[in-house]
Design a protein around this ligand. Structure first.
Ligand SMILES: [Zn+2]
Ligand SMILES: [Zn+2]
Length: 264
C-alpha cells in the first residue's frame, strides 16, 4: 500500500521546510533555507530535488521563503500561496510568473495525488495560512507561526492523523532571554508565536479529537529547548488526562536539524 511520507527538513525561527510525498507527488511546505541545504537534506531521505512538483508557502517571512528564487531558477515547479504572500515574494520571482498559483484561504486544491487545503492562521505576515494535506485516507496538518489559538483552528486542524504543531517558546525563558524588548513583545503578541503552554492546550484538543501523532516544531533559539518544549506539552496533556506515548506519540523537531521521517 502507498504510504504518505512526511519529513521536516528544517524547523525553527532560522529556517523551515517540510517534505511531503504520496504516490508520485512530492511537495514542500515552505522553503526557508538555502537551496543547497534543501537539496542535501532531500538526498538524505533518498529524494531528488528535481522531482518536486510544488512548494506551498504558509507566509512570506524569510525563514519560510528564502530559497524560493533559487528553487524557481533551477527547478520546474509550481509555487502556491495566498495573494498576500505572493505579493510579498513576487519581486524576487517575477521571471517565473507562469509557475505561480494563488490559493485562497480555505480553498481545497488538488496537486496530482494530494489534496491540499489552506486555513487562516493569525500571524504578523499578510494572509498567513496553515495547511491540511489529504493523501488517500491519511491526513496531516501543518500549523506554525501561530499568534494565538483562533477559533477556526479548533475545527480546521481537528481530526487529522498527524499534526506538525508550533511550540515556539517558554514564557519564562522568553522573559529572561537576551532578545530586545520589542522582539519579546512581538513573539508573545496575538500575531506572534505559540508558547509551549498554549501548544499543550491545543495538543490536548487534537488528541481528544483523534490525532495520534504530534511533532512539535518552530522552536525559538533563545527562548526554548527541545526538552522544555517536550516536557511542557507532555505535562499539559497529562493535566487533561492524556498519556504521552500511549494516547498520542509526541516528538520534537529539533531546531536547525532534520526531523524524523514519518510514514503513514
Ligand atoms: Zn516562521
Ligand atoms: Zn513568520
Amino acid at each position: 500500500m502507498e504510504q504518505l511520507k512526511f519529513c521536516p527538513l528544517f524547523s525553527g525561527s532560522n529556517g523551515n521546510s517540510i517534505f511531503v510525498s504520496y504516490k508520485n507527488t512530492k511537495i514542500l511546505i515552505d522553503c526557508g533555507c538555502s537551496f543547497k541545504r534543501i537539496k542535501e537534506s532531500l538526498a538524505m531521505i533518498d529524494e531528488d530535488i528535481n522531482r518536486l512538483d510544488a512548494v506551498f508557502l504558509t507566509h512570506a517571512h524569510t525563514d519560510h521563503t528564502s530559497a524560493l528564487p533559487m528553487m524557481m531558477k533551477h527547478l520546474d515547479l509550481k509555487v502556491c500561496g495566498t495573494k498576500g504572500t505572493l505579493i510579498e515574494v513576487y519581486p524576487k520571482i517575477c521571471d517565473y510568473s507562469d509557475q505561480i498559483f494563488q490559493i485562497d484561504r480555505n480553498q481545497n486544491v488538488g496537486v496530482l495525488d494530494l489534496r491540499i487545503e489552506s486555513f487562516p492562521v493569525p500571524h504578523d505576515a499578510c494572509q498567513t495560512v496553515g495547511y491540511n494535506i489529504y493523501a488517500g485516507n491519511k491526513t496531516v496538518s501543518i500549523l506554525t507561526d501561530v499568534g494565538h489559538l483562533a477559533e477556526n483552528l479548533y475545527t480546521d486542524v481537528a481530526g487529522k492523523d498527524l499534526v506538525f504543531l508550533e511550540a515556539n517558546h517558554d514564557l519564562n525563558a522568553l522573559e529572561n532571554c537576551a532578545y530586545p524588548f520589542h522582539l519579546k513583545v512581538r513573539i508573545r503578541g496575538d500575531e506572534g508565536h505559540l508558547s509551549n503552554e498554549n501548544s499543550g492546550k491545543f495538543a490536548t484538543h487534537l488528541v481528544n479529537n483523534g490525532t495520534k501523532k504530534i511533532i512539535l516544531g518552530h522552536l525559538s533559539g533563545e527562548a526554548n529547548t527541545t526538552q522544555l518544549a517536550y516536557e511542557t506539552v507532555k505535562d499539559v496533556l497529562s493535566t487533561g488526562g492524556i498519556k504521552t506515548n500511549q494516547d498520542v506519540l509526541l516528538s520534537v523537531s529539533e531546531r536547525g536539524c532534520m526531523g524524523e521521517m514519518v510514514l503513514l
